[in-house]
Design a protein. Structure first.
Length: 154
């Protein structure tokens, strides 16, 4: 795995977590209409280089269509709001604001070839305070979301 094979790697830094897991992390260029043209990414580096190659191929595909996935995440959260608003911390008085994105400030986190997430730093739903909301994907489909509002308690 080299920067010649994957040019976007040149902008990422290899970091090691306290538990010994390694991640390529940093900002990458994306479409100007997404987060001002830069998105933070974190890609877990696996021990088997074949798994890394497969994961990086998925990473490149997802980044190329990032706007589509942000749209899927937003549509999913709107569907959750319409069917079970309490899951998003909404009571009967809550109304979706008109003309505003439901979520913003995306960061992309890759857990492997098929499991990845978009962490939105901001959102209109009450549970987005103070840490945002994470929408989890399995390959190209939304799987669920993670409520981060109590993350400090964990």
């Amino acid at each position: 795995m080299t920067t010649a094979d994957h040019p976007f790697l040149a902008s990422l830094t290899l970091n090691t977590s306290e538990d010994g897991l390694r991640y390529l992390q940093g900002n990458i260029d994306t479409s100007p209409d997404i987060n001002g043209g830069q998105v933070y990414v974190s890609v877990q580096v696996l021990a088997d280089s074949r798994d890394n190659e497969a994961g990086l191929a998925a990473f490149e595909r997802i980044i190329a269509d990032l706007g589509v996935y942000i749209g899927k995440a937003s549509a999913y959260l709107e569907e959750v709001y319409r069917s079970e608003p309490a899951l998003l911390g909404c009571d009967a008085s809550f109304q979706l604001p008109a003309g505003m994105p439901l979520v913003d400030g995306p960061e992309i986190i890759f857990h492997g070839e098929e499991e990845w997430s978009i962490l939105f730093a901001e959102g209109v739903f009450p549970i987005c305070e103070p840490y945002g909301i994470m929408v989890n994907f399995e390959d190209s489909e939304v799987a669920d979301f993670t409520n981060l509002s109590g993350a400090e308690d964990d």
